[in-house]
Design a protein around this ligand. Sequence first.
Ligand code: E4P
Length: 224
Amino acid sequence: MEIFLDTSSIKDIKKWDNLGFISGVTTNPALLSKEKGMPIELLKEICALMGERPVSAQVTAESSEKMIEQGIYFSNLSDNILVKLPSNLSGYKAQIKLSQLNIKTNITLCFDPVTDCLFAKAGATYVSMILGRSEDFNLQQSSLIKRTRAIFEHNSFDTKILGASFRNPQQIELAMSQGADVLTIPPNSLSMLFNNPLTNGGLKDFEDAWKTINDNDKKTYDNF
Ligand code: E4P
């Protein structure tokens, strides 16, 4: 299982990449819109930072013809770019062409295992199953990845299942436990994983207990 970072922030990429477990980055127009400067320059900078690791760049074109043109343009920017296409008919037509050109893709806004199956048959590299966005609207998607996994295994598809749109550690755990190949995690959700209130509360308890020992007695333990 791999972990990608779902962001367009250079600062966050540098911060989290230091820990050594980031295998790629996913961007989208909303994430790029949060950063300063020209999106295409930012995309190139992200690609350079990631080296050979994959970076997903989402098309903004709406027709399949334009998606294909934009996809080719993106793929010429850097060897590690994957073209992110929407899970709709225009995206599907673009997928067919990009497969013929051996351009890797990441299908986004996937909410239906059957649609995923069609994109897998057409050669998609990843399908991004969106968990948080569903729950934002109180839609039950708790078995989405599990159902897709079953279909993919039954058909021996090479397409990887990417869990995305996480809002909290529970959604990340669900995607992990249901067999996602990759999880793309936003920086704030990653921060939550290292800031469990029970961990922090437990540390405070230990610190308070330690203060009850007199300084001389604990000196040999603390001085190292
Ligand atoms: C993944 O493909 C998308 O970039 C992302 O996870 C969507 O997340 P959002 O629902 O937070 O916009």
